[in-house]
Design a protein around this ligand. Structure first.
Ligand SMILES: Nc1ncnc2c1ncn2[C@@H]1O[C@H](COP(=O)(O)OP(=O)(O)OP(=O)(O)O)[C@@H](O)[C@H]1O
Ligand SMILES: [Mg+2]
Length: 386
């Protein structure tokens, strides 16, 4: 134990954080990549919660504790990391029970993934690769903050003094996972927003794919979290007016808890809208406005008017980017949480005139495909197995 070199990649996203590891199979010398499980799952909710006893929870336990204490939880912090520097002037996202910046949140989530894997292996990784959105082009904000978070997280494990923190743009990681050569356009419909970028792939050493991000990317404010907000408002519109008013306008802790619980219900139900066509969302019991349990139905047809204009913005931005970079129509890799909604990939392919990439390899566009690509990228960087 402890003498085998390995690398770790972490994708700290707005909604979810994922990790993947790469090492060398001693039997055949090939690099192998696998996902990291934390709390029995490969996806951690990007939630951090500080308890009054000093404990800092990250991931699933933080989300569970947040149902009782939503005011102590920090969610969607990745949005703020892009503007942070990792210095003393970074904005506080929470002040109670302890001051918390976006770097603190990223540190806690990266550290959870790191500790889980380092604990299993009894050693520290050679490289810690952290994924960032392609729009983070300024090295002094966003990228600096993420690097600072990576370094702090490494302090949580023994023997990580020599570990290199390396940053990889998300579309590069996605392209490495996809493999092949030539250009690919990556559309990442994430929790916080949509990022569109063209990546040039070439054959790297030892049969791996090398990928280079073309300058000039596009960002569109279309993401799963704002879709959750809109759907939650739709449920409140259909609930008892007195209940909706209390949840929307009252500052009391019960109303805040009810809002948190309702919004989580919408978040978890959203995937079933695509598969079942409708979902019945449980409305919180909140006396006196809502004394007993009840549900509100939302259907796939409700999603159309909310989501169609958003998807059109993504399609138009992709066409705009491709026209600006020479008018070619490379293969299109559509990934990110909302890419799983039925019809999204085909619609974008038709709108842009691009063929879909990764059709025979659904893993390339899956929720952990990107972070697996980042781990393969880091293995190449560390010359694992050579
Ligand atoms: N099958 C599905 N249908 C609809 N939405 C889904 C589905 N699966 C996941 N999502 C949503 O996708 C979101 C997570 O997407 P993703 O993991 O791409 O975001 P992220 O990487 O955390 O965010 P970002 O990259 O913007 O920082 C969640 O809000 C989740 O509700
Ligand atoms: Mg993401």
């Amino acid at each position: 134990m402890g003498d085998v070199r390995w690398v770790l990649a972490v994708d700290h996203g707005t909604s979810t954080t994922t990790g993947a590891v790469a090492d060398v199979d001693p039997d055949d010398g090939w690099t192998r990549v696998s996902t990291v499980s934390v709390d029995g799952a490969t996806e951690l909710p990007s939630v951090v919660l500080s308890r009054t006893d000093g404990a800092v929870l990250a991931g699933r336990p933080a989300l569970e504790a947040a149902h009782a204490e939503p005011q102590a939880a920090v969610l969607r912090a990745r949005d703020y990391l892009g503007a942070a520097t990792g210095g003393r002037d970074d904005a506080l996202l929470a002040t109670w029970p302890r001051p918390t910046t976006a770097v603190n949140v990223a540190t806690a989530l990266v550290a959870r993934v790191l500790q889980a894997e380092a604990g299993r292996r009894g050693s520290a990784p050679t490289v810690l690769a952290l994924v960032h959105p392609p729009s983070w082009t300024d090295p002094t904000t966003g990228r600096a903050a993420l690097t600072a978070a990576g370094r702090s997280a490494l302090r949580a494990v023994e023997g990580a003094g020599d570990t290199e923190v390396a940053l990889v743009p998300a579309p590069v990681a996605a392209a490495v996972r996809l493999g092949g050569s030539g250009p690919v356009v990556v559309v990442d419909l994430g929790g916080g927003g949509t990022e569109i970028a063209v990546v040039d792939r070439s054959e790297g050493a030892h049969g791996t794919t090398a990928a280079r991000l073309r300058p000039g990317t596009r960002t569109v404010e279309v993401g799963a979290e704002s879709l959750d907000d809109a759907l939650t408002q739709m449920v409140l519109d259909r609930a008892r007016p007195a209940l909706a008013d209390r949840i929307r306008f009252s500052a009391d802790p019960e109303a805040h808890r009810a809002w948190f619980w309702l919004r989580r219900g919408v978040h978890d139900a959203k995937a079933r809208l695509g598969t079942d066509g409708f979902v019945d969302i449980a409305v919180p019991v909140l006396p006196p406005e809502n004394p007993g349990p009840g549900t509100v139905r939302i259907t796939h047809a409700d999603l159309g008017p909310l989501f169609a204009p958003a998807l059109e913005q993504v399609g138009a931005a992709t066409v705009d980017l491709l026209d600006a970079s020479g008018g070619e129509r490379p293969p299109l890799l559509v990934r990110g949480g909302i890419a799983a909604l039925p019809g999204v990939r085909d619609w974008l392919a038709a709108r842009t005139g691009c063929g879909l990439a990764g059709v025979e390899d659904p893993g390339a566009g899956s929720s952990t495909g990107l972070v697996c690509g980042a781990a393969a990228w880091a293995a190449d960087r560390a010359s694992l197995g050579r």
